[in-house]
Design a protein around this ligand. Structure first.
Ligand SMILES: Cc1cc2nc3c(=O)[nH]c(=O)nc-3n(C[C@H](O)[C@H](O)[C@H](O)COP(=O)(O)O)c2cc1C
Length: 310
């Protein structure tokens, strides 16, 4: 009997697969759908202090190989998500809040508030590619991340993790890993959409989306190798000290298996969930279990991180 159960920061998840923040998880109705599905957790849409309508439309497009968007964090504001939590508890699976602040103080308030709520984990989203920040985005500014971690790491008992971008060079990955170790951050999610991409409609000679003169974030199949690369690097740098949630382009059990080999403790599914709906969790789970069974593994831990080198 295969067990695809896993643990993130010491918390048990019934399977290796759940939803990624931001896709069909912004309303109570959507979150309840996830609660009823085989998603092993309920991940909430990233929320800000105030509700946001997001960027001008058209702002997203689902293309054959992935998703391209500049949504700009439309959400109901954190107070609404706090109201939803007691209703979501009935599904008896870990609930993960995701927060975005526009200042360190806002991050502090959001983390503190969710620390005092009934969520199980808190994902601190440092890497939304569609929010224009002044100067260097926080996620590349390690002094600022340090300041943030000083403010948020001791606000309560619930595990807090960082949602990271695609770091495209080893030095940045190493610097981030050093901070994660220094502050004992118990989990990370890697990676967010890959920002500053541009897709052009050659027929109309226009951009495909309206915000930011057409620049947006890429998800789905386009980014899977980048996500795998980041997960592997962080696994090598952090080993078993930090739980890793792999995100980016997971569509099949085979994709999930590849993330497992790279070192992920669980995977989050975004673009595929948007296309296929809640059935994707059951399907990917089943496909992963079949692969494990065929290969003679009896659990996730038999093979996690065991990528072989040529
Ligand atoms: C429409 C859309 C909205 C998103 N919103 C958020 C968000 O609010 N918070 C967040 O952390 N990531 C957000 N993401 C990024 C996803 O959580 C995920 O990291 C990324 O899409 C890669 O996973 P995928 O290839 O499975 O979609 C969003 C992605 C999409 C496509």
């Amino acid at each position: 009997m295969i067990t695809a159960k896993t643990k993130i920061a010491g918390i048990e998840f019934d399977s290796y697969i759940f939803n990624a923040s931001g896709i069909k998880d912004g309303t109570l109705e959507e979150l309840e759908e996830i609660g009823k599905s085989e998603s092993s957790a309920i991940m909430l849409k990233s929320c800000t202090i105030e509700p946001r309508k997001g960027n001008e439309k058209p702002r997203e497009i689902n293309l054959p190989f992935g998703y391209f968007q500049s949504e700009g964090l439309p959400n109901l504001g954190y107070r609404k998500y706090l109201e939803f939590i007691p209703k979501l508890k009935q599904y008896k699976k870990p609930i993960i809040a995701s927060v975005v602040g526009f200042s360190l103080e806002e991050y502090r308030v959001l983390v503190k508030t969710f620390q005092e709520s009934e969520v199980d984990l808190i994902e601190v989203n440092l890497s939304c590619p569609n929010i224009v920040e002044e100067g260097l985005p926080i996620v590349y500014n390690f002094e600022k991340i340090k300041e943030l971690l000083d403010k948020i790491s001791n606000l309560g008992e619930k595990p807090i993790g960082l949602k990271l971008p695609a770091y495209l060079c080893y030095v940045l990955q190493e610097k981030m890993a050093d901070l994660i170790k220094q502050y004992n951050v118990p989990f990370i999610a890697s990676i967010n959409s890959v920002g500053n991409a541009l897709i052009i409609d050659p027929g109309k000679e226009t951009t495909l989306i309206k915000p930011q003169k057409g620049f947006g974030g890429l998800s789905g199949g386009y980014i899977k190798p980048i996500a795998l690369g980041n997960v592997r690097r962080f696994y090598e740098l952090l080993k078993d000290k930090v739980s890793i949630m792999g995100v980016g382009g997971i569509k099949t059990g085979q994709d999930a298996f590849e993330f497992l080999l790279a070192g992920a403790d669980a995977v989050q599914v975004g673009t595929t969930f948007e296309r296929e709906g809640v059935n994707c969790f059951q399907r990917i789970n089943k496909e992963l279990e079949e692969i494990l069974e065929k290969k003679g593994y009896s659990s996730i831990s038999d093979i996690r991180g065991r990528l072989k080198y040529l």
